[in-house]
Design a protein around this ligand. Structure first.
Ligand code: DQA
Length: 147
């Protein structure tokens, strides 16, 4: 099973963002955590990051994965284009956020992209990703229940 993790804009700069919202891991540490988790569970985890909407859409379109975990960053709140790309993917998809988007500014409370995902995990810092990965492997790992 291959799970693709997509991270949107500014997540590569985690070391400069507020620890209150985003935790204290750098982006490199976050990637390492996800890769280490994958090796332990014998699941291939690819992590892709881009600050560009079109690159994120192109990566979604490649469809070379069995499941998707996506943190669209600020695109969450306004990208109809990423939303439409996600809608084309007939595979398990989970949206994740490091911060609790519901406890922050009003503009963050709306997710345009979440409507296309099975669920959203928000507010658990780096554990949001681990929870999403665990869920995908638990529910779809055997391949039997893959849609
Ligand atoms: C974020 C939340 C977004 O509102 C913000 O723009 C981000 C990160 C999160 O992981 O908490 O860049 O997606």
């Amino acid at each position: 099973m291959k799970i693709l993790v997509i991270n949107g804009p500014n997540l590569n700069m985690l070391h400069l963002r507020t620890t209150e919202h985003y935790g204290n891991k750098s982006y490199e540490q976050l990637v390492k955590l996800l890769k280490t988790w994958g090796r332990k569970k014998e699941v291939e985890v690819e992590v892709f990051q881009s600050n560009h909407e079109g690159e994120i859409i192109d990566r979604i379109h490649r469809l070379d994965y069995d499941a998707l975990v996506i943190n669209p960053g600020a695109f969450t709140h306004y990208s109809y284009a990423i939303r439409d790309a996600l809608e084309l993917v007939d595979k398990p998809k989970i949206e994740v956020h490091l911060s609790n988007i519901h406890s922050r500014e009003d503009f963050r409370k709306v997710s345009i992209t979440a409507q296309t995902c099975e669920g959203v995990i928000s507010g658990f810092k780096e554990y949001s990703y681990i929870l999403a990965l665990e869920y995908i492997v638990e529910k779809y790992g055997s391949g039997e229940r893959m849609p």
